[in-house]
Design a protein around this ligand. Structure first.
Ligand SMILES: Nc1nc2c(ncn2[C@@H]2O[C@H](COP(=O)(O)OP(=O)(O)OP(=O)(O)O)[C@@H](O)[C@H]2O)c(=O)[nH]1
Ligand SMILES: [Mg+2]
Length: 420
């Protein structure tokens, strides 16, 4: 099952602004007419119900939206780059795990058709027309396109089921799933028959819900023992759990405690999910013999319990109706809490200017200005003169003066160095 992949996405860079001058028969030096570069395409994630796995994303690691075209003369704006839409199954999460061990949720594609911008395309650079002023009629500077945002992501597919069936291996989870839905999981008399989560749809009382069998959990599952660990994350999204217990095992109540411990160790939120306990295999005499004792112990603990035989279909009507009741209660409680929002925290664009000292030089960081400088021929005195005016713009000046730069100090931005 391909349900977790790592990819890298890069939005398109913005096209460069043009340096160009009008040509007219009798005017030696026409006015500037260099157009702006187009914006780069964005990287978008979209939940598409026709996509069922993340398999496609195993092939390529890097996904890139196209670059904006450069601006041209006659004030021609470069064409914008095209967005690249990555279609993923409904239930896909995009996580940014680059910042230490706390993964940040970038996108949550829970609804069909929902789309989220993962990385914004770079803005196109401004053409030289924008740098005309009363004292500079022939600007020879233009802006480089902004680089498209780039990030590494983990895409993770989480099943969307209303009810999860959990329990030890061999408890009868597949048998139960097959008995209450049309699903046909493999059933066998040995542990770990089910190797990945299985889904089924239950229809009862004109209602329907999706139920999922989670592969068997054993002691140490949270440490990766057995198979369950890989799939515990799927339980996170279920509304309630059916905790299925083999009533004929050596110590059914101890089995229950062990599985619950594993949930707690993995994620406390899992352990807090409402559970309906179902004791299975009541057709076996050893289970029957224990029923009064189990009933009493669970009653004392305030845990609701249903006795069933998944194999014979006994008690399943009650189990389903209790499940519906609990689901109704939980969804009512959830109705009060707002739906999880799609998360996207774009970086502020060209966020101001800042200055730091490196040796005896003050280094100015300003994306806007750096983009201008990187496209300029700073060896040309006229271009330098034009740049000087840009660096004495108000917000730049303020940042430089706030850093304590005094007249005569050296300031550098990109490859351009000057004296304040
Ligand atoms: N007697 C009896 N046997 C049952 C019952 N339910 C399941 N079984 C048997 O228990 C064994 C395990 O059943 P499964 O449904 O495969 O159990 P599981 O929990 O899905 O097991 P894994 O997928 O391996 O974790 C099989 O031999 C089933 O026939 C029941 O109600 N009564
Ligand atoms: Mg199974």
């Amino acid at each position: 099952m391909f349900d977790k992949v790592e990819i890298r996405v890069k939005a398109g860079d913005g096209g460069d602004g043009a340096v160009s001058f009008r040509r007219e028969a009798h005017v030696p030096y026409g006015g500037p007419d260099g157009g702006d570069g187009g914006d780069g395409g964005a990287m978008i994630l979209q939940a598409d119900p026709s996509v069922t796995s993340l398999r496609e994303f195993k092939k390529d690691k890097l996904y890139q939206a196209s670059r904006g075209e450069d601006g041209k003369g006659k004030k021609q704006h470069g064409k914008n780059g095209q967005d690249l839409v990555l279609k993923v199954p409904v239930g896909t999460l995009a996580l940014d795990e680059s910042n230490g061990n706390e993964p940040a949720l970038v996108a949550d594609c829970a609804e069909p058709g929902q789309s989220v911008v993962l990385a914004r395309g770079g803005k196109g650079g401004m053409g030289n027309v924008h740098y005309t002023s009363s004292t500079n009629q022939a600007p020879r500077i233009a802006q480089k396109g902004e680089a498209g945002a780039e990030l590494s992501l983990t895409l993770e597919l989480r099943l969307i089921a209303d009810v999860g069936i959990i329990g030890f291996p061999n408890a009868g989870k597949s048998t139960l799933l097959a008995a209450v839905s049309a699903a046909k999981p493999k059933i066998a008399d040995y542990p770990f028959t089910t190797l990945e989560p299985m889904l089924g749809v239950v229809e009862a009382d004109l209602k329907r819900f999706v139920i999922a069998e989670i592969p068997g959990l054993i002691e140490g599952a949270h440490l990766g023992r057995g198979l369950g660990h890989d799939f515990l994350r799927h339980i996170v999204r279920t509304m309630i759990l059916i905790h299925l217990i083999d009533g004929s095992s050596a110590d059914p109540l101890d089995d229950m405690v062990k599985v619950n411990n594993e949930l707690t160790m993995y994620d406390v939120a899992l352990a807090k999910k409402p559970q309906l306990v179902a004791i299975n295999k009541i057709d076996l005499p050893e289970t029957q013999a224990r029923m009064p004792e189990i009933k009493q112990a669970l009653k004392a603990a305030g845990v609701p319990v249903v006795f069933v035989s998944a194999a014979l279909g006994e008690g399943l009507g009650e189990l389903i109706s209790e499940t519906l009741k609990l689901l109704g209660r939980v969804s009512q409680e959830e109705a009060g809490t707002p739906a999880p929002m799609t998360v996207f925290r774009p970086q502020p664009r060209g966020a101001g200017a800042s200055v730091r000292k490196e040796g005896d030089v003050f280094v100015l960081t300003s994306t806007e200005l750096e983009r201008l400088i990187s496209r300029s021929d700073i060896g040309d005195p006229e271009v330098r003169r034009q740049l000087e005016r840009q660096v004495s713009r108000r917000e730049i000046k303020r940042a430089i003066e706030a850093a304590g730069v005094k007249p005569g100090d050296k300031v550098r931005c990109g490859k351009y160095e000057w004296e304040w």
